[in-house]
Design a protein around this ligand. Structure first.
Ligand code: NAD
Length: 276
């Protein structure tokens, strides 16, 4: 495969680069995921709340790629937290995706004020023990949420998927994950493509390597060890975003990008975010 894997803490292999489908309507998701699978992506990141598990599942079914060669992630939405409701929501996601198992299931947000993520995760542990999920993890968890989860449950999360890009480098989380053997997965790895891809330091590195700014930012993540899931619905960009395994950034490039940290979020603060 084009994309090398990382080995999760339970031995499962996960492609280090995948395809994200947030904000892709269900009818477009089939086309976008099909394009991504044709381009060589073998990891797809969806979520119940994205409303495109059906389109994603159709693309997977129609791709002519063996199921075991595709790594599928979906996420449990906030309103379904709790033990029994998680078991039910998992069945709905599986049904929509048209799959027999999920590779990675994530708790989408911690919702710390509700205090339900431990019970939710215990349902994940049951689904994992039953062989219906290959790896279980979380998203948007701060180190304090992970600490509580690890203290009160038995399976250390394989992955924490968090907002992470050059303007929000998440040093404390990355360090804590490394200590605990949790893989760091970057959402909005391109900073949603807004100002980040026009930052002069990134444009200069792109010119130096004869690459695009998006490829430079993705390469920075990969060399740091992050899993990335860039999103695009434009076929040329879908292809461009996976063509990042045939060049390397040097130490000077990495340092110049690391100097861009502003600890600035695009998305919500996990400590307070709570919508059903
Ligand atoms: P992203 O950083 O991947 O940016 C996507 C945008 O960047 C595109 O819409 C496009 O405008 C632009 N872009 C993409 N490729 C480009 C290229 N080659 N050149 C120029 N512009 C380009 O942002 P995202 O979609 O927010 O994040 C990626 C994925 O992360 C999502 O699709 C989703 O799967 C996941 N995600 C998860 C959470 C969570 O709470 N767990 C939140 C947000 C996103």
């Amino acid at each position: 495969s084009k994309v090398p894997p990382i080995i999760l803490n339970n031995g499962v292999e996960m492609p280090q680069l995948g395809f994200g489908v947030w904000q892709v309507p269900d009818d477009e998701a089939e086309r976008a995921v099909t394009t991504a699978l044709e381009a060589g992506y073998r990891s797809i990141d969806t979520a119940a709340i994205y409303g495109n598990e059906e389109g994603t599942g159709k693309a997977i079914a129609g791709a002519g790629v063996p199921r075991e060669d595709i790594f599928v992630t979906t996420k449990l939405w906030n309103g379904d937290q709790g033990y029994d409701s998680t078991l039910r929501a998992f069945d709905v996601s599986l049904e929509k995706l048209g799959l027999e198992y999920i590779d990675l299931y994530l708790i989408h947000w911690p919702l710390p004020a509700r205090g339900t993520y431990v019970d939710t995760y215990k349902a994940f542990e049951k689904l994992h023990a039953d062989g219906r999920i290959r790896a279980i993890g979380v998203s948007n968890f701060l180190p304090e949420h992970l600490q509580r989860l690890i203290a009160e449950t038995s399976v250390i999360p394989a992955v924490n998927q968090i907002e992470l890009h050059p303007h929000l480098q998440q040093h404390a989380s990355r360090e804590y994950h490394a200590e605990q053997g949790i893989a760091t997965e970057a959402w909005s790895p391109l900073g949603q493509g807004k100002g980040l891809l026009e930052v002069p330091a990134i444009v200069a590195i792109a010119q130096k390597h004869g690459r695009t700014p998006a490829q430079i930012v993705l390469r920075w993540h990969l060399q740091l060890g992050n899993v990335v899931i860039p999103k695009s619905v434009t076929p040329s960009r879908i292809k461009e975003n996976i063509e990042v395994f045939d060049f390397s950034l040097d130490d000077e490039d990495l340092a110049a990008i690391s100097a861009l940290n502003e600890d600035r979020r695009i998305g919500p603060d996990p400590a307070t975010f709570d919508v059903a």
